[in-house]
Design a protein around this ligand. Sequence first.
Ligand code: GGG
Length: 354
Amino acid sequence: MKTYNIAVIAGDGIGPEVIDEGIKVLKKVAELDGGFAFDFTYFPWGCEYYTQTGRMMAEDGIEQLKKFDAIYLGAVGFPGVPDHISLWDLLLIIRKSFDQYVNIRPVTLLDGAHCPLQNVERKDIDMLFIRENTEGEYSGAGDWLFKGQEHEVVLQNGVFSRKGTERIIRYAFETAKKQGRSLTSISKANALNYSMVFWDQVFEEVSADYPEVKTASYLVDAAAMLMITDPKRFEVVVTSNLFGDILTDVGAAIAGGIGLAAGANINPEGTFPSMFEPVHGSAPDIAGRGIGNPLATIWSASQMLDHFGYEAYGKKVVDAIEQLLVEDEVLTPDMKGSASTSEVGDRIADIIGN
Ligand code: GGG
């Protein structure tokens, strides 16, 4: 029997609560199939670990994670630890070390999910965001000069290598081609006169290899507006690291809320483990109360199943989330329900098992 070894970094705040439910669902799927299994190894890394050790993860953490088939991450960040430390020294360093250059975030309005937009058909919100995930505005390149002095200068550089830009755009074209959908590129070439002019140029060059894929390009500000006023324009979308991070929160707002927003950090070559995580953060205000919404984490488990080649089970998990939303009975308070985190996980496992 094939056993997938999964490194679990439950992390901070509601992370451990929601990750338990994702694991419950993965175990249920494996039990149903009978032909494969998961073995979960827990790592106690995150902000509490930082307060005890001065590090967000073990010194040889990347080395330890390397041998796993995938990483399942809950949430990072907690008051008391600066956000740029918790993000950089755990989440971002894993993405970079394992060359997880593709961040896949579905923005799909499932039946039963709340959409604040008027006059929008449910099927009109069905986008797949493909965000560049290792460079761009999150390259970490920059400097802080003359700290605290009158002539203090801070530089934060966006890094767009030809290899990095071309490979994410090509991945997006391949995805659009496979799905028979259009591809929209989102940039900002009028203001970012080096990086985004280059991005647009590479998009144009790569598009020549995919004449069958219908394309569009928007400036990021216009795209943010159009996602709300006319979301059906967008099918597969490719964009840079920062723009993708921001626009997928817009996506979450129109597709049922941040509690439903899932993400996969993929190393397409399979040289390193890929990582699956909800888009949301650690929600310290509700941590420890057992009411965090586990649906995004469960949806990201479905992305893990897709990644391992079990697309039918991945779809089964998303279908179960949709059924739960339509039933409108077992939902956490952020979705106007009164159920606990574990009751939602139990119900999803039940639906999958029936
Ligand atoms: N679920 C992981 C988490 O806590 N993410 C918070 C976050 O700020 N992520 C930024 C990013 O995805 O780049």
